[in-house]
Design a protein around this ligand. Structure first.
Ligand SMILES: NC(=O)c1ccc[n+]([C@@H]2O[C@H](COP(=O)([O-])OP(=O)(O)OC[C@H]3O[C@@H](n4cnc5c(N)ncnc54)[C@H](O)[C@@H]3O)[C@@H](O)[C@H]2O)c1
Length: 270
């Protein structure tokens, strides 16, 4: 009988035991919403967590760290604009300086902008969304992957969206950026598979976060419409999306590579 040895495409699994113990996770956009929830789940599962977000969100980023520490975990905040090359370089540098390695990354920072339509979208609006969502994700991969190669492997998840799988009228830059993240994910997954680095994407459905609250702007009508569009008749909680992202990083997902996983109650199944 051929015995298969566990590989390092992620740690030794989750399932209630601290399977990420001794490992290091980096989460961008971790001052809020899905990113904060994922930072807390990584810490619960034993990883030391680097909480990255904009300088202007430093108080909220520090609050994520406080929540991690309150639960017995380890984390630190690193102010980062993912659209800026020096910031992303410094983020990965600070991670290695503090914790000596990088095993998992959730490249999650993103903005949705306001609905503009294709014709109404200004060049500045287009550039901002592409720079943060798509270029920011690529910059993170570019600087994270070499550190994972050095330590023999790792696992990365990029936050795309249901809008990375289906079109949404009125949000051209956001939809293009999220479709782009999925293509980027697949390319990176194939390129680094032989170096034991898995790269996957999650495609959240509508999730109740500050981003969604801003988009809805208090419109009960829009909120009800979004709930009704979900097969479950409700939005996701950030924790439900976070669990899927952390599972994809874990050793429990060791043979999962290059997928764009919907976490949406079945919304894109129909
Ligand atoms: N909420 C949803 O319904 C939903 C659905 C699908 C996909 N998503 C995606 O999930 C991710 C997280 O969104 P969320 O709903 O938690 O939103 P959120 O607004 O609660 O959190 C996003 C975080 O990203 C940070 N951020 C923005 N620009 C940044 C930059 N340039 N550099 C670093 N950080 C930056 C923000 O400060 C914020 O803390 C985004 O990529 C979003 O597109 C969200």
């Amino acid at each position: 009988m051929v015995r298969m040895s566990p590989n390092s495409h992620g740690a030794s699994g989750t399932g209630g035991v601290p399977g990420m113990s001794g490992r290091v996770a980096l989460v961008t956009g971790a001052a809020s919403g899905i990113g904060r929830a994922a930072a807390r789940v990584f810490a619960r599962d034993g990883a030391r967590v680097v909480v990255a977000d904009l300088q202007r969100a430093a108080a909220e980023g520090q609050e994520t760290v406080r929540l991690i520490q309150e639960a017995g975990g380890t984390g630190m905040f690193v102010p980062t604009d993912v659209a800026r090359v020096p910031d992303v370089e410094a983020l990965v540098g600070a991670t290695i300086a503090a914790y000596g390695r990088l095993d998992y990354a959730l490249n999650n920072a993103g903005v949705c902008g306001t609905p503009t339509g294709v014709v109404g979208c200004s060049r500045a609006q287009w550039d901002e969304i592409i720079a943060i969502n798509l270029t920011g994700t690529w910059l993170c991969l570019k600087h994270e992957i070499p550190e994972m190669v050095k330590s023999g492997g790792g696992a990365i998840v990029n936050t795309a969206s249901g809008a990375g799988l289906l079109g949404v009228a009125g949000m051209p830059a956001y939809v293009a950026s999220k479709h782009g993240i999925i293509g980027l994910t697949k390319s990176a997954a194939l390129e680094f598979a032989s170096q034991k680095i898995r790269v996957n994407a999650i495609c959240p459905g509508t999730t109740w976060t500050p981003m969604m609250e801003t988009l809805i702007e208090g419109s009960v009508e829009m909120e009800n419409m979004l709930r009704a569009a979900s097969p479950y008749g409700r939005m996701a909680r950030p924790e439900e999306v976070a669990e899927a992202a952390v599972w994809l990083c874990s050793g429990a997902a060791s043979f999962v590579n290059g997928v764009a996983l919907p976490v949406d109650a079945g919304r894109v199944a129909g």
